[in-house]
Design a protein. Structure first.
Length: 213
């Protein structure tokens, strides 16, 4: 795995830094730190509150994965965030992946610069946490994080997973990879609002972000 330049900008550990009172979104599912933040479990509240997406169509649930009454194909299909899931038959488990993903795992995709997604999280213990990421990327991109509506990181480079050696043209970039230490953030104990920003390039898929000490 290629090394990348790490950036770290710590967030104040003061106990007053909690989810802003003006925020009207609510947690879809309780997600805790330390632990994995599953990207598809973003907050409820809709466009402009829980997320900003470039269009109102979920390009995965109900579209790429046609509505058929199943949980995976219809997950949050009436919302703008684009969601799909990992599949077998050499789609996500293809031999060119850097790491084998869990199959039938939901993820966020079709990302575009300027989009953002909110996650209400519960930090169980104050401290400095490293962030790992499970992703694919069609070209080098960049993301960043806010905590409680304040910048928590600089722009973080996400390296392309494109591989010309893959003989299936449409799949050449769809190779899962994991970065074990993307950056570090200092978080105080309690409930916080975590915001993922798509900064550069887009065309990235995100399974989860893991916060660990």
């Amino acid at each position: 795995m290629k090394k990348i330049l790490l950036f770290c900008l710590c967030v104040s550990a003061c106990t007053s830094a909690y989810i802003p009172k003006s925020y009207t979104g609510t947690a879809f599912k309780t997600q805790t730190i330390p632990g994995k933040i599953e990207c598809e479990f973003y907050d409820r509240g809709g466009e402009g509150i829980a997320y900003h997406d470039s269009d109102t169509i979920n390009n995965g649930s109900g579209k790429l994965n046609p509505a058929n009454g199943t949980y995976l194909n219809e997950f949050r299909m009436n919302e703008g965030v684009d969601i799909s899931y990992t599949k077998s038959n050499n789609i996500d488990n293809n031999p060119f992946g850097k790491i084998m993903p869990v199959l039938d795992q939901l993820y966020v995709g079709w990302t575009v610069p300027g989009e953002w997604i909110n996650y209400s999280v519960d930090v169980k213990k104050s401290g400095t946490y490293k962030i790992a990421i499970m992703y694919t990327a069609n070209g080098d991109g960049a993301i960043s994080f806010d905590v409680d509506n304040k910048p928590a990181t600089n722009e973080l480079k996400i390296l392309s997973t494109h591989n010309d050696a893959d003989t299936v043209a449409w799949r050449q970039w769809h190779h899962w990879n994991k970065i074990d230490s993307l950056t570090s953030v200092n978080l105080s104990k309690g409930k916080h609002l975590l915001t993922l920003h798509i900064v550069q390039h887009g065309q990235m898929n995100f399974d989860y972000f893991e916060f660990y000490k």
